[in-house]
Design a protein around this ligand. Structure first.
Ligand SMILES: Cc1cc2nc3c(=O)[nH]c(=O)nc-3n(C[C@H](O)[C@H](O)[C@H](O)COP(=O)(O)OP(=O)(O)OC[C@H]3O[C@@H](n4cnc5c(N)ncnc54)[C@H](O)[C@@H]3O)c2cc1C
Length: 556
């Protein structure tokens, strides 16, 4: 924990050195002692300390300084650190000025120069002041702080990224906390830079303005570049299927890398509670599952590049090569595609424009708290929508699930339907389709087409979360990998047409189960044609595929 600061200011270098020495010798173990030869520089320094989230316990200033006297400095410093104790150093001749400063400028104490011996004339009085300060001192947050606004797409993306990558941070909504004095002081200390939101403040005092996930990823040590250019097994996608394959592959001696575009955990990482995964009778959150899986994979030496996207794939002899979004390439003997599915877009006017501004695809784990006491709309009738509704119901005043059909029974698991029915602040709005999203700077209203009455109802809405099914994003593989008409990847027996092997297949065997039309290139989990869209099945496929990879590698 960073020590609180004692700052002394005096334009007389000898006096400054003496006070610094005495403060350090007596208080150095518990406090950081800083000194400044000018009040202007000291004010600058205080602004920097405010941005770093440091605590200042004491300001000690000489009264007679050329451009700004001690009283004025202490008054200005009070705007930045109001809780710090303020004391003046004065000559005997200035005693009266010091006494009136105590009364008029809320200065806590004055010391006469010289203060020798300090054991008599300095430390006892300072001990009192500092004891007083300690009584109301609460250590400040020492991690990353993110300043932004709820109605900003960039702020949302950044927070979502940090949360999904398990990077702890403190969120400061500069609009919501506009009246909070500490936020005001921080914004003043930042000056014009505070306009470049989102601003990320790091504990070492550095900052990123208008920051994007990739920049922050580098600063917090997330790895986006591969350590070597060749691996036994490269896995694209760090959801349950990719992570399971990595754990099995690496634990069985394969040099393994995962390339993950957003954050390890995939869709499962967005789930607020997975209740049907074996071994967790009371369920576990997707975030927790992802964190455990990442630790497990890293323990076996798996390299995880995130955020990093695979944008193309090709083969060169027995090598499988993927091109990454930053232009670099990774080659491997066996390549696994575990890229899952992405949310299907809701086609309605206003939806694209307001995405990230009150309208979100998926769980919006970071948004649940912001919806406190509001009405939240959840669009969709599958399990993912049901879980999200249950999660939002903990914070929101009301959750309304919009479904096109007349019930949830054909699309949602019974255990979730039961939970929803027992939750009084969740309502089901059947025969309902979102026809339009309205709002200027953020979502304000939605128009809902009611298919039973054929009327459109326009209702106020600040938060809407969309869960309307998903599609695989496999266009980047279209040149080499066989896919079905919706883009899901064909594997194993699905590639055999009337017993004939896929075009260009040269081996004297059929493709393995989970192997694509390219030998050594496998597809597992939700991205695979015919897969069961569940965490357990993804994990199962990822693990089983490693056995086929061993067989494939034994013949390469
Ligand atoms: C909200 C929600 C709740 C759910 N709840 C449950 C539940 O309770 N029980 C259950 O069994 N299932 C549940 N599911 C379904 C389950 O999460 C999925 O079936 C499972 O996550 C699929 O795993 P996967 O590894 O195949 O793909 P995904 O989890 O989709 O992971 C794929 C990963 O690949 C990455 N990726 C995609 N393209 C690229 C690229 N080009 N380069 C790099 N990376 C890329 C993505 O960012 C993603 O992280 C839920 C899903 C959702 C969305």
């Amino acid at each position: 924990m960073a020590k609180p600061i004692l700052l002394s200011v005096d334009d007389d270098a000898d006096v400054l050195r003496a006070i610094e020495r005495d403060l350090r010798s007596h208080y150095g173990a518990e406090y950081r002692v800083l000194a400044s030869e000018s009040p202007e520089a000291a004010l600058d320094l205080l602004h920097q300390l405010k941005v770093r989230n440091d605590s200042v316990a004491l300001l000690l200033a000489d009264q007679r300084m050329p451009k700004m006297d001690g009283v004025r400095f202490l008054q200005e410093a009070r705007d930045v650190f109001p809780e710090a104790k303020r004391a003046l150093l004065t000559a005997y001749a200035d005693t009266n000025a010091a006494i009136s400063a105590i009364n008029e400028a809320s200065i806590n104490y004055f010391f006469l120069k010289p203060w020798d011996p300090p054991e008599e004339h300095l430390y006892p009085q300072l001990d009192d002041l500092l004891d007083d300060w300690q009584a109301s001192y609460r250590p400040t947050f020492e991690g990353i702080r993110v300043l932004g606004t709820r109605w900003s797409r960039r702020s949302y993306e950044l927070r979502d990224f940090l949360a999904r990558n398990h990077v702890p941070y403190q969120w400061i909504d500069v609009e919501l906390s506009a009246n909070d004095p500490e936020t005001k002081r921080l914004l003043e200390a930042l000056g014009p830079e505070a306009a470049n939101l989102p601003v990320v403040l790091f504990p070492d005092g550095t900052k990123l303005l208008e920051s994007a996930p990739a920049e922050v990823a580098q600063r917090v040590g997330l790895r986006t570049r591969a350590q070597t250019s060749f691996y036994d097994l490269a896995i694209v996608g760090g959801g349950p299927a990719g992570l399971a394959a990595a754990v099995y592959g690496a634990s069985e001696g394969l040099h393994t890398v995962i390339v993950e575009r957003e954050a390890p955990g995939g869709q499962a990482g967005m789930s607020s509670r997975i209740e049907n995964y074996l071994g967790f009778p009371v369920g576990l959150s997707g975030g927790d599952l992802a964190r455990r899986a990442v630790v497990q994979a890293q323990r076996f030496g798996v390299e995880i590049l995130s955020p990093q996207e695979a944008v193309a794939a090709r083969t060169e002899g027995s090598y499988r090569i993927i091109k990454l979004a930053d232009g670099s390439e990774i080659s491997c003997h066996a390549l696994m595609i575990a890229t899952g599915v992405q949310w299907r877009r809701l086609e309605a006017p206003g939806v694209d424009r307001l995405q990230g501004l009150g309208l979100y695809y998926g769980g919006g784990a970071t948004e649940a708290l912001s919806c406190k006491d509001e009405t939240v709309y959840v669009v969709g009738g599958a399990n993912s929508a049901g879980q999200a509704a249950m999660n939002f119901a903990k914070y929101a005043e009301r959750v309304i699930i919009l479904v096109r059909g007349d019930s949830l029974s054909s699309t949602m698991s019974q255990y979730l339907i039961d939970q929803i029915q027992e939750t009084p602040n969740i309502q089901l709005w059947t025969h309902a389709t979102v026809a339009e999203a309205h709002g200027d700077k953020h979502l304000e209203e939605i128009s809902v087409l009611c298919s039973d009455t054929n009327k459109i109802e326009r209702v106020p809405a600040n938060a809407m979360f969309i869960f309307i099914g998903a599609l695989p994003g496999t266009e980047w593989l279209a040149d080499c990998v066989e896919r079905d008409e919706r883009g899901f990847i064909l594997t194993g027996p699905d590639l055999l047409w009337n017993g004939a092997r896929p075009k260009g297949w040269t081996l004297e065997r059929d493709p393995f189960l989970l192997e694509t039309n390219i030998p050594g290139l496998f597809a597992v989990g939700d991205v695979r044609h015919g897969s069961v869209k569940r965490v357990a099945s993804g994990v199962g496929e990822g693990s089983v595929a490693v056995q086929f990879i061993h067989q494939y590698l034994s013949k390469v």
